[in-house]
Design a protein around this ligand. Structure first.
Ligand code: PLP
Length: 364
């Protein structure tokens, strides 16, 4: 990568590439190559810049606290789905349910947004938090609140399951249920309450720390994993909620892997699948990146996907993971996806959704 940052010899200030310099720092490089004015640009590898150094799992899995248990345990597993793969297509699943708090991809953003708030405002100011959530982000922020001795008021839409509400309460959050159907519809009310009560609203839907943590860790660690396994991804499939994780993955992989396709998954019109939602309900980062297709899945298809995964591979993933798997199967058929390696991002575990899934089981 050609990233020489040029500095002015007298003032010692950076005179070009200021934005690149900031961006590189934010996604975790340890060193930035600097040259003096008029010197030739040099090629510096990402390894030399310490680009991958923030992903260093604890070798013997000993952690100093439950916050380290999150970020020093990354990467989350990337596993070949042996029985669901075919002779020409290999399916790899990234299991975000292996995150320790909410058992979902949302631990990453809960941790990062919270840490950034402490850095900006100081720990004392971050004592009461309010957030609109469909469970997982609320659990992650509640975990950070427990670790940092603060309090969370979680605002959930009517569509959130009883299990979700109970889990939030178990984690110590106060739960306020709204008659509205979508989490994103609660943001304005939550913002008002934050102002009135002097609370911190991290706001997963607009906070760029959401996109950034996935760029800095989720996407980067996935690259390390596929390098290690010798995988050349043909496509990556993931669900769209805030659009944080799949937008960051798209941005990263489209820039670094030529020809890789990225697919987003949403619920079919007038249906709901916990954790994902339709693009027209408003998403931020998806509009800055390229997606190759958006696939619509019904809740029934999502459940069928979950059952097919658990009954072939013995791993019980959540409804949005089932939706991602079914979407992949549709893409294989509709776009005649050829041979190669495919990566599916599975956002959480299935144990949270037994209520919904049991209704299908009863019909079998
Ligand atoms: N799946 C589940 C279970 C989720 O909880 C979420 C987000 O809430 C997503 C998918 C979507 O992730 P993102 O918000 O990064 O688009």
């Amino acid at each position: 990568m050609d990233v020489t940052i040029v500095i002015d010899e007298e003032s010692r200030h950076v005179i070009n590439n200021n934005k690149l310099c900031t961006a590189l720092k934010r996604i975790g490089v340890k060193f930035i190559p600097v040259s003096h004015k008029d010197l030739e640009k040099v090629f510096v590898s990402l390894e030399d810049m310490g680009f991958f150094e923030d992903i260093k799992p604890s070798k013997y899995r000993v952690f100093m606290d439950t916050e380290e248990l999150l970020y020093k345990n990354w990467p989350t597993p990337l596993v070949r789905l042996k029985n669901l793969s075919s002779s020409d297509r290999t399916i790899w699943a990234k299991l975000e349910g292996f995150n320790p708090w909410s058992m979902s991809v949302k631990d990453r953003i809960g941790w990062y947004m919270y840490r950034e708030a402490i850095e900006k405002l100081g720990k004392d100011r971050v004592s009461l938090l309010v957030e609109a959530t469909s469970t997982n982000t609320g659990l992650a922020i509640a975990a950070m609140s427990a670790i940092n001795k603060s309090k969370l008021k979680a605002f959930v839409p009517s569509t959130v399951s009883k299990t979700g509400e109970i889990l939030l309460k178990i984690f110590g959050a106060e739960v306020i249920r709204s008659p509205k159907l979508l989490t994103v519809e609660l943001i304005n009310d939550v913002e008002e309450i934050a102002k009135k009560e002097g609370a911190i609203h991290l706001n997963q839907f607009y906070n760029d720390a959401n996109f950034e943590v996935h760029l800095r860790y989720t996407a980067k660690e996935l690259e390390l994993q596929i390098r290690e396994a010798g995988i050349k991804p043909k496509a990556i499939v993931g669900g769209l909620g805030t659009s944080g994780h799949i937008s960051a993955i798209s941005f990263y992989f489209k820039n670094r892997f030529k020809g890789v396709k990225i697919y987003g998954v949403v619920p079919a019109p007038s249906t709901s699948i916990q954790g994902i939602r339709r693009v027209e309900t408003g998403m931020k980062w998806i509009h800055f990146v390229e997606l190759d297709n958006i696939i619509e899945i019904t809740p029934e298809e999502a459940i069928e996907g979950v059952l097919e995964i658990v009954r072939n591979e013995g791993i019980f993933v959540g409804l949005s993971s089932g939706a991602v798997y079914t979407a992949f199967k549709k893409m294989v058929k509709d776009e005649r996806l050829g041979e190669g390696d495919y990566i599916l991002i599975f956002p959480d575990i299935g144990f949270k959704y037994v209520e919904q899934i049991s209704r299908s089981i009863d019909k079998e």
